[in-house]
Design a protein around this ligand. Sequence first.
Ligand code: 1CP
Length: 347
Amino acid sequence: MRRSPAHRPLLATLKGERQSIPPMWLMRQAGRYLPEYRALRAEKGGFLAMALDPESACEITLQPIRRFGFDGAILFSDILTVPMALGQDLWFETGEGPRLAPPLADGAAIDALTPGAPDTLDPVYAAVEKIAGVLPPEVTFLGFAGSPWTVATYMIAGQGSRTQEAARRLAYGDAAAMQRLIDRIVATTIEYLARQHESGVEAVQLFDSWAGTLSPEQFERWVIAPNAAIVAGLRARCPELVIIGFPKGAGAKLVDYATQTGVDAVGVDETVAPEWAARALPAGMPVQGNLDPLALIAGGDTLARAVDRILAAFADRPHVFNLGHGILPDTPIAHVEALIDRVRGTR
Ligand code: 1CP
């Protein structure tokens, strides 16, 4: 489905056109800090049930747009849908987080994985179509997927991990098996994002949430190369699709990521000085970021100063205002409103 043409400031910025007021959206803007999300979740009985129900996914995607008028709406889904399509079972342990079975402990387990039913991701495309049909015309519609390294860390451990040690060990211990897993994730992700685009999203973000634990050589092989392969695959199939890359924790490696993957725009996390990013990234390349989610929780002067520093640092580039990582569940709604006022200059 193609949405009606309209001026969408976020999409224009991602294509390289600076706006005097930076467009904004917040990573994880659809979720637990919103009372209307928590109410629906209690009624529907859990995250996955909602993510795979097009009606619920549509409603949750729209909640932050209705409440705050953000410039971008991100599809309500998860990066762990791709492991489901690749054949792992996914569920969420209450109070703990995602579980994937069987965990891919070694090359034999990777090779034994048989793809799930071909219609596994159809509810996601149905949700995208529904949302594309009702989203206000000036709001850019964003799809997403996890980047292969980050998705692989969950597939290998069978759950989230603080250090990604199981995946890092496998990457050294059996690099060929790791490569086979990464190649499968790349192929499925290209298909997944192309179908999201064909169903109605205008831009996609590649979340590499765990890119920050890799050595430079490992970063080149497991972050830069697979993201470049996804970008190349998508360019061939969807020349209009805009791609944001977010290699969280990349630090100085952000420059190689930006120049070598072919993404249109890069997300910058909160550990990076915005003045450095503004200087170091290729001229004219759109940047997205990079307010510390904890500065948003702090609020008041701390928030105002942090926002002003980011706005000043990115004043000469196409800039999308965002957090450096996802909004935290205990973020006060009033602080989100204060942030929006500060960025848009109405207070
Ligand atoms: O209600 C609940 O308890 C569910 C919490 C939740 C939500 C709201 C999960 C489980 N996923 C989501 C939605 C989600 N996940 C979105 C929706 C759109 C939005 O941004 O509003 C997106 C983009 C994601 C992406 C995602 N999922 C990432 C990458 C971004 C990041 O935050 O680093 C990752 C790592 C995940 C895995 C995941 N899904 C859910 C949880 C709790 C986790 C993290 C698990 C862990 O590492 O232990």
